[in-house]
Design a binder for this molecule. Structure first.
Ligand code: C2O
Ligand code: CU
Length: 494
C-alpha cells in the first residue's frame, strides 16, 4: 500500500541489490552543495524552545530539470536542521500530513521513552490520510500509543554536544520512509565545544550522504514490498538492503562546494539505507585529515586519518585543511567501497584565500572511559539471517514488548555482538556506548551509538545506562534489515 505515492517498483530487479536509475545521470560536481536551513523555534519560554515541523508530501528538484516526490519534514529533504544547546529543553511538534502514520526518532538522543519514536508509537495522518489508520496495526500489532495528527516530542537534551539526526522509525516501514526523505540533522552544542578554536560558522558544514535511484521521470525508486502484504519486507534478492546508484549529499547529486583555503569542519552523516562508505579526500592520492568527533560528540584527542569507513547512521566529525591549496585546486571526496558512479561523493573547489584563526587543540574533550571491571552483566547478541523474509537477533525476529535486556539505571553492562555473514550497523537507543573491540574496532574512538560491523565480526560494547526508565531498542541500522525484524526491545528500570 505504501507504494501508492512516490516510490515506484523497479521494473527490473535483476541487477542484484543495486537499484539502477532509469533517469539520465546528472553531470557530476555541477550542483552546488545545499545547506539545510536551520529551524527557528516557533516560541520560547524560560525553560523550553518550541519547534514545529510538518511532515508532508512535496516536490523537490534533485536531478536538474526533474521533480521528485519526497516525503519530508517541512517539505524539504534533508529536513530543517535543529541547532540547539545541550541542557536546553526543547519540544518539537511533528504534525503528520503524510498519507501514512509516522513515528520520529532522534538518533543519538538521550530521550525519555515516550518521545523516543518507538516503532508502534504512532502519529496518524491529519484527517485519516490516504491509507487511513489501517497502518496502525502492522501484522496485527497493536500500537502502544496513537496520537491523532500531531505529537509533541520532548527532548531534555541532557547530553554533550554532538551531531544527532532525526528520522522516521515506523514499524516495518522505516526503509521506504527514510528513503523518501524523512531525515534531518539535529545538532547539539555546548559551552565546552564553543570555547575550542575549531572551525566555525560558514567553515562548519553538515554533510548528509545518502544514495538513491531514480525512475526516468525523476521519482525515487524503491523495490516493492511483498504485494500480498502477508509479510513485510522486500522482494527476494535485496539481502544487503537497498542501494542506489546516485550519491546525494544534503539532497543534491554529487555536489560541489566552493571553499576558502582554510580549515573546514565537516559533520559527516551516513543517512543511507544500507550503503557503507570508505571516505577519502583526494587530490591525486588521499590527503590526511583529522577526526575530532564521533556519534556521541567530541573525541578526547584528535585522530589523524586518511580515510573513515562510515556505516549507515554513523557520524564522523572531521577537519580538513585546505590552506595549502592554491585557488583553482579541486579535491574530490571518494568512496573506496563504491563502484562506477558510487565511487565518487562530492567535490571541493578552492576558490579564495582567507585568514584562518582556527586550530585543532590537542585535547578536545573529556568523558568517562568505562571500566570493563565495573560491568555488572554481560549479554550476548547474535545478528543473523532468518528465512527469506527475515533477519534475526538471537534467533528471533522483532516482537514488540519482548525485552532482551532489563538493565537498571546506573548499571554498566558489556554486550557481545556476534555478526553473521552480512554487514550490520548495530544501533543502541538512549545511551552512548564505547567499543571495547577486537583490535580492528579499537580504531573507532569516542562515544558511539552505532557501530558498523562487517561479516563475521565479533565485538564488545560497554555501556552505562544512565536512564530514563522505559522501553528502548537495539537494532540493525541497515533499514531493510531493521524492517525485516532485526530489532529487539530492552527495558530500563530504576
Ligand atoms: Cu536511527 Cu532506532 O534508529
Ligand atoms: Cu543488518
Amino acid at each position: 500500500a505504501w507504494g501508492a505515492v512516490g516510490c515506484q517498483p523497479n521494473a527490473d530487479p535483476e541487477n542484484g541489490s543495486v537499484f539502477g536509475s532509469d533517469a539520465k545521470s546528472p553531470k557530476m560536481f555541477a550542483v552546488p552543495l545545499p545547506i539545510p536551513p536551520v529551524l527557528k523555534p516557533s516560541r520560547s519560554d524560560g525553560s523550553t524552545d518550541y519547534y514545529d515541523i510538518v511532515q508532508k508530501v512535496a516536490k523537490a528538484e534533485i536531478l536538474p530539470g526533474l521533480a521528485t516526490t519526497v516525503w519530508a519534514y517541512n517539505g524539504i529533504f534533508p529536513g530543517p536542521t535543529i541547532d540547539s544547546r545541550s541542557g536546553r529543553r526543547i519540544v518539537v511538534r511533528h504534525r503528520n500530513e503524510l498519507p501514512v502514520p509516522t513515528t520520529t526518532h532522534l538518533h543519538g538522543g538521550h530521550t525519555p521513552s515516550d518521545s523516543d519514536g518507538y516503532p508502534l508509537d504512532l502519529v496518524t495522518p491529519v484527517g485519516g490520510g490516504q491509507n487511513g489508520t489501517s497502518h496502525g496495526t502492522h501484522r496485527g500489532m497493536t500500537p502502544v500509543r496513537v496520537s491523532d495528527g500531531a505529537k509533541d516530542y520532548t527532548y531534555p537534551q541532557d547530553q554533550r554536544a554532538a551531531t544527532l539526526w532525526y528520522h522516521d522509525h515506523r514499524m516495518d516501514f522505516t526503509g521506504p520512509s527514510v528513503y523518501r526523505g524523512l531525515a534531518g540533522f539535529h545538532i547539539l552544542r555546548d559551552d565546552e565545544e564553543d570555547s575550542l578554536p575549531l572551525p566555525k560558522g560558514e567553515y562548519e558544514v553538515p554533510l548528509m550522504i545518502a544514495d538513491r535511484s531514480f525512475s526516468e521521470n525523476g521519482e525515487f525508486l524503491y523495490p516493492a514490498a511483498d504485494p500480498t502484504g502477508a509479510k513485510p519486507g522486500l522482494k527476494e534478492g535485496y539481502d544487503v538492503g537497498v542501494l542506489g546508484d546516485v550519491i546525494l549529499v544534503n539532497g543534491a547529486p554529487w555536489p560541489i562546494l566552493e571553499v576558502a583555503a582554510v580549515r573546514y569542519r565537516f559533520r559527516l552523516l551516513n543517512a543511507s539505507n544500507a550503503r557503507r562508505y570508505r571516505l577519502t579526500f583526494d587530490q591525486k592520492g588521499a590527503i590526511p585529515f583529522v577526526q575530532i568527533g564521533s556519534d556521541g560528540g567530541l573525541l578526547k584527542a584528535p585522530l589523524r586519518r586518511t580515510s573513515v569507513t562510515v556505516a549507515p547512521a554513523e557520524r564522523y566529525d572531521v577537519v580538513v585543511d585546505f590552506s595549502k591549496y592554491r585557488p583553482g585546486t579541486e579535491i574530490t571526496m571518494l568512496n573506496g567501497l563504491g563502484d562506477d558512479s558510487t565511487a565518487q561523493v562530492m567535490k571541493f573547489r578552492v576558490t579564495r584565500k582567507a585568514t584562518d584563526d582556527s586550530t585543532i587543540p590537542a585535547r578536545l574533550s573529556q568523558y568517562e572511559t568505562l571500566d570493563p571491571g565495573k560491568a555488572v552483566k554481560t549479554r550476548d547478541f547474535a545478528f543473523e539471517r532468518g528465512d527469506e523474509h527475515s533477519w534475526t537477533i538471537n534467533g528471533e525476529t522483532y516482537e514488540p514488548g519482548k525485552n532482551f535486556a532489563t538493565p537498571r539505571i546506573g548499571d554498566v553492562e558489556i554486550w557481545n555482538l556476534d555478526i553473521d555473514g552480512a554487514n550490520h550497523p548495530v544501533h543502541l537507543h538512549l545511551d552512548q556506548f564505547q567499543v571495547l573491540g577486537d583490535d580492528e574496532r579499537k580504531a573507532d574512538a569516542g562515544l558511539k551509538d552505532t557501530v558498523g560491523l562487517t561479516a563475521g565480526q565479533k565485538t564488545r560494547i560497554i555501556v552505562k545506562f544512565t536512564g530514563y526508565e522505559g522501553r528502548y531498542m537495539l537494532h540493525c541500522h541497515n533499514l531493510e534489515h531493521e524492517d525485516m525484524g532485526m530489532m529487539a526491545d530492552y527495558e530500563v528500570s530504576s
